[in-house]
Write a protein that binds this ligand. Structure first.
Ligand code: HEM
Length: 225
């Protein structure tokens, strides 16, 4: 979400893709997400630039190196200008349009889930969870920085050594799309409780972390509804 909000061009392109793949359905299906090619590129670019340092437990490969050295190696390659020739430190999902590299990059171009015997077993679950979350967040709302901070000024500093997280919370304001007719389809200005029967929508958008304030603050203007 940080990279997407920081780059309005990417947010718009991704939202267009997500919204056209979902159409008017209220539920997102796996098959819809499979069609979202730009989302897949955004996922790869996110994990290229922001993922935990991984290391290989691969016989022969790591013997001469300490874990720390190997972590540094896999991390550095993700931003290596010899591989990512232009824009190695910029968030640029279009990289993956013509560059067939996957999460388990054979040449270690990027290995956000590690590799070898100790590679992450939660790889597929991790990716599909994040994909679904992004699709949900971007399909119905536009997002703006809270407190009038300009998108390009968003602080991207990271914290943590093994688990990467933002140093400061990401505070965003969801903007209801100007398309009530598309969401509520009929009787948009009318009090019509039955519409909720077939439309899974709830007040709570995001789980709170142990009762503390959420990382993404969702203040939703329900307007007439
Ligand atoms: C996008 C999400 C995720 C990322 C980026 C990620 C990344 C990683 C990395 C880099 C490693 C270390 C691999 C190595 O030592 O070379 C790892 C290990 C591991 N991950 Fe994940 N992971 C993710 C999601 C998950 C999920 C959803 C689960 C469980 C449901 C999971 C379970 C594990 C376990 C159990 C290990 C230790 C494997 C071992 O040491 O044998 N991960 N993960």
């Amino acid at each position: 979400m940080s990279e997407i909000v920081k780059n309005p061009r990417i947010m718009e392109k991704l939202q267009n893709e997500i919204r056209s793949c979902i159409g008017r359905k209220s539920k997102v299906h796996d098959l819809d997400i499979d069609k979202m090619t730009y989302l897949k590129m955004v996922m790869k670019e996110t994990l290229r630039l922001h993922s935990p340092p991984s290391f290989f437990d691969h016989p022969g490969m790591c013997k001469p190196l300490s874990n720390w050295r190997i972590r540094r190696l896999t991390r550095d390659k993700r931003r290596d200008p010899r591989i990512w020739k232009e824009r190695p430190t910029e968030f640029w999902p279009e990289w993956f349009e013509n560059f067939e590299v996957d999460f388990m990059g054979k040449l270690c171009e990027m290995v956000p889930f590690g590799g070898g015997r100790r590679a992450c077993p939660g790889y597929n679950l991790g990716i599909s969870t994040v994909e679904l979350m992004i699709v949900k967040l971007l399909s119905l709302f536009d997002w703006e920085m809270a407190g009038g901070v300009k998108n390009q000024d968003l602080d991207m500093e990271e914290d943590g050594l093994l688990l990467i997280r933002r140093k400061t919370p990401l505070c965003l304001v969801p903007i209801k799309q100007n398309c009530l007719g598309e969401i509520w389809e009929e009787r948009t200005g009318e009090f019509y409780s039955e519409r909720i029967e077939n439309f899974e929508v709830d007040f709570e958008m995001l789980p709170l972390e142990g009762g503390r304030r959420p990382k993404i603050m969702a203040t939703i203007d329900y307007g007439h509804h």
